[in-house]
Design a binder for this molecule. Structure first.
Ligand code: PLP
Length: 396
């Protein structure tokens, strides 16, 4: 197979071999339904419960606080929608606070709730994506019932002060949800230390299977299930369990947390090399986000005068996978809402590239990426009328 340089680990990670090994018996040998009372069922049930314990241990929760589901989008919907469903006729807690840089699974759910009569405050961020705790405090109203904030941003890698936000929320008797999808395996995630009421994770961001997530619900907190059905997951998430996804997630999270200190040190060095070489060797580049407070795996860089989509395609042809700061929709290229929230500059949003490193990253691939990037920037700028205009102005 062609050697690819995979620098899109924030989009998803490949399944690691230890996970494949852990799930294999549940594809080939153990096929019972975990709800069945016979031995075939009991074997599978034990594996599911073992994975629940592994997930709980990894985030310092109790196993009874972990509920398996299909993905983090489901987890985020469950909290926002489940919260609102749980209100029933109680109409005096109709205000929700989120940040303007949340993942679409939070943002678009909040948008939809707004149309259904809820009130939503979208907290602003500054030019490097930082959130102000004073803004969090100022947004609180007597009607605020839920604050939902991400722990790590998926596009720029910023780490958010979820512990402080949980404290503020609880001082006002408000529930706090954390989307920790981009944090697990990159920085420690400890639900007791954070103090949140709900926390969302997704296995495919830490080398587990796609389509497998979990929601932490602090003991005593209630979210109404989105689905009605059987008794699985204590009726909070009916449907026969995705056994291979769950077993894989248990193994993947155990390894991700165990290897975090050494692996993140290794990756940080590679990320720093990639970033410092690009900034030094390619003119008109800059880091998007907060360089002093972000995960070690990610670097978002803007390349002035060039379209990110053009860079992506060129890198792809050279065997390198990255993401852009704009999302391709069927008819147009939409600027990233995250980068737009930072400085409202569509040019920066359209010219930024997210490099997200993972287990496969090595020095050779990083240096190769820099060399390809140098040629790409030079070539694309040579076709750019905006760049020509800029050079002409410089001359005058
Ligand atoms: N939240 C964040 C911060 C993410 O980065 C993602 C995926 O990119 C999600 C939620 C959604 O995860 P899933 O693909 O499991 O639905």
């Amino acid at each position: 197979m062609e050697h690819r340089v995979y620098l899109d680990n924030s989009a998803t990670t490949p399944v690691r071999p230890e996970v494949v090994e852990a799930i294999m018996p549940f594809l080939t040998e153990f096929g019972g339904n975990p709800s069945s009372r016979h031995k075939d069922g009991r074997i599978v049930k034990t594996a599911v419960e073992n994975a629940r314990q592994q997930v709980a241990d990894a985030i310092n929760a109790d196993a009874r606080e972990i509920f398996f589901n299909s993905c983090a989008s489901e987890g985020n919907n469950t909290v926002l929608r489940g919260y609102t469903l749980g209100l029933g006729r109680n109409t005096d807690k109709k205000h929700i606070i989120i940040t303007s840089v949340e993942h679409p699974s939070v943002l678009n759910t909040a948008n939809a709730l707004e149309k259904e009569g809820f009130e939503v405050t979208y907290l602003p961020v500054d030019s490097i994506g930082r959130l102000s705790l004073d803004d969090v405090r100022a947004a609180i109203r007597p009607t605020t019932g839920l604050i939902s904030t991400m722990m790590v941003n998926n596009e720029i890698g910023n780490i958010y002060p979820v512990e402080d936000i949980a404290k503020i929320a609880h001082e006002h008797n408000i529930l706090h949800h954390v989307d920790a999808v981009q944090a697990v395996g990159k920085i420690p995630v400890d639900v007791k230390k954070i103090g949140c009421d709900f926390l969302t994770i997704s296995a495919h961001k830490f080398y587990g299977l796609k389509g497998s997530g979990a929601l932490y619900v602090k003991r005593g907190r209630v979210v109404k299930p989105l689905l009605t059905g059987g008794h699985q997951e204590m009726t909070r998430r009916p449907g026969t369990e995705n056994v291979v996804g769950i077993v894989g997630m248990g193994k993947a999270i155990e390894l991700a947390v165990k290897e975090l200190p050494t692996e993140m040190k290794r990756i940080a060095e590679l990320r720093d090399r990639l970033e410092s070489r690009i900034l030094a060797e390619i003119p008109f580049t800059r880091v998007v986000g907060d360089p002093s407070n972000r995960v070690p795996t990610l670097s978002n860089i803007s390349f002035r005068f060039i379209e990110g989509e053009g860079i992506l395609l060129k890198l792809d042809l050279s065997g390198i996978s990255v993401s852009t700061g704009s999302a391709c929709s069927s008819s147009n290229l939409q600027a990233s809402h995250v980068i737009m929230a930072l400085n409202g500059d569509p040019e920066e949003a359209h010219s930024s590239i997210r490099f997200s490193l993972g287990r496969s990253a090595n020095l050779e691939d990083i240096d190769y990426t820099v060399e390809v990037m140098k040629q790409t920037a030079e070539q694309l700028r040579s076709f750019s009328p905006v760049y020509d205009e800029f050079l002409a102005k410089q001359k005058n």
